[in-house]
Structures are given as C-alpha cells and as structure tokens.
Design a binder for this molecule. Structure first.
Ligand code: 13P
Length: 281
C-alpha cells in the first residue's frame, strides 16, 4: 500500500468507474484526518497542496510530512502538487518525493500551455511522477485572490492538447469554480460528455466544494476520475473548532488538535462515500 503514483490510482478508477478524491491539507492535523478517513473506508486517496498555499504551509516543511504520512498509510496514497505555477516549485515538490504534479498553464494560449506542460513532463519523467494539466478556465481561484470567469474547455482543444502532451490527467472547465459558489453551480454535462468521448485520458474536476452528490455522480459517469476538494475541508475544520470553543470553557490545545483532525476526517469521509472509491484500496 502506502505512497503510490497517481497514474496507477487513476487507471484503477477508470476500470472501476469511480473517482479518487484529491484533498487539500495545510497542516499535520488535516493530513492525519484525511488519511484516517481513507483507512477507515479502505479507499485510495490523493493528498494535495497548491502552490498558492505555500505562504501558510512552506513546502520544505509540509511536503516531507505529506510523503511520510503516505508512506505509513494502510491504503494507497498519492501525494500531489496542486496548481503548480512555477517550474522552481514543481521541481522542489518532485525532489521531496511528490508522486504527481499539476502544471497550471490554463491562462496561457494553447500553444504556450502545451510547451510548458511538455517541459514539466520531461522533468516529472526523471522521478516517474504523474502530470496533470488544465485547459479552459475553472472559475474563481484556488486561494480566492482572483475571480476568474469560467471558460468551458473545448473538446477539440482538449483532443489536440492530449495528443501533443500525453498528460496523465486533464482538468476540465465545465462551469465549476474554486471556493464557495454564490449560486448553485450549473455544470455543462454535454461538454464533459464530448470531451470524455473524444479524449482517452482520466479527467479531473476542480472546485469540488458545493457540488451536489447527484452532480458528482453524473460527472463520474462521464469520465471524471479525480475530484479536488479544498474549501469544504478548511470550512469543516474551522467549524469544528468554533463549536469546541462555543461549547466548552475547558478547551485546551490538545482538544483543539483533536477537533482539527476530526473536522478534516468528517469532510473527507463524506466525499469518499459519494465518489465510490470505498473498499477500492
Ligand atoms: P474547492 O476549494 O472549491 O473545493 O476547489 C478545490 C480545488 O479545485 C483545488 O485545486
């Protein structure tokens, strides 16, 4: 079990027609809670951190901890660098032992995105790590600092992108957005269906927070094999801590620690149950 390549997790998910959750963590407590949920449900899991979060959780500290957590886990765990923006940080993650990296060239012209992705593929090959790329524009932004409008992925561009890069996973934009949705998201399943039929690659859904269980299931039936969840876990941790302080005069640091672990655990567990990866370890 333990630390595995994301490519293997996604190819099994393709055969079994389910999705693997990719859960963001910011500290040891969240990592412990996420792995605990996956172990309890006997599920594979991906644990990730995005480059924009490194101001809070420096890569040289959290990266080795994530890899060590995976190595000791009783279920297969891939460690993923989410929304890699600079070659420098992507290389650092690979050097630490991440088994997967995302290169986010979605804001560039297709040709430039292809060029950048190929550079990262060459680098990742040296470590046998998987590579995820994105085309089209997922709304919002990973840390809420930008409010990008959605630009749905074009199936023909996805086809061309994949034929030129052969990435291991491709993130699509189908009306999904990072952060908290202001209105219920309306996902474009027709676009997803077309991409799924035209391009033979595991597809990734970003912006998982706030998507309904029915929509998750529909996405999985149309080829989504990796689903990213960040905000919902941060919110679950924060709410759990707040409840502790509201209910108890005697909260101390160690109770706080337990509530953080539990907050992450509850949210990860809830999503694994929907994604269908339970008992697929
Ligand atoms: P949410 O914060 O909306 O769950 O998005 C997570 C994500 O897509 C990280 O890449």
């Amino acid at each position: 079990m333990s630390l595995v390549n994301m490519r293997d997790l996604l190819s099994k998910a393709e055969k079994g027609k389910y999705a693997v959750g990719s859960f963001s963590v910011a500290n040891m407590e969240m990592l412990m809670g996420a792995i605990k949920a996956a172990e309890e449900l006997n599920s594979p899991i991906i644990i990730q951190i995005a480059e924009v979060r490194l101001n809070y959780s420096p890569l040289h500290l959290i990266g080795p901890m994530m890899v060590a957590g995976a190595a000791k886990a009783k279920v297969p765990v891939a460690i993923h660098f989410d929304h890699g923006l600079t070659l420098e940080k992507i290389k650092e993650a690979l050097e630490i032992g991440f088994t997967s990296v995302m290169v986010d060239g979605s804001k560039y012209l297709l040709e430039d995105n292809i060029k950048l992705t190929k550079e990262v593929m060459d680098e990742a090959k040296r470590y046998n790590a998987a590579v995820e790329a994105e085309i089209g524009i997922v709304g919002g932004s990973e840390d809420g600092s930008e409010n990008l409008s959605v630009l749905c992925t074009s199936a023909s561009e996805a086809k061309r992108f994949y034929s030129e890069t052969c990435v291991d996973a491709l993130a699509v934009a189908i009306g999904n957005a990072h952060g908290t949705y202001l209105e219920n998201p309306k996902l474009n399943f027709e676009v997803l269906d077309k991409i799924n039929k035209d391009v033979d690659v595991p597809l990734v859904l970003h912006g998982g927070t706030g998507i309904s269980n029915d929509d998750f299931k529909k996405c999985i039936s149309l080829g989504i094999r990796k689903i990213n969840i960040a905000t919902a876990t941060f919110d679950s941790v924060e709410k759990n801590i707040r409840k502790l302080y509201e209910q108890s005069e005697e909260a101390d640091y160690f109770k706080l620690h337990q509530k953080e672990v539990e907050g992450a655990y509850l949210n990860v567990k809830r999503h694994i149950e929907v994604f269908g990866s339970e008992n697929k370890a």
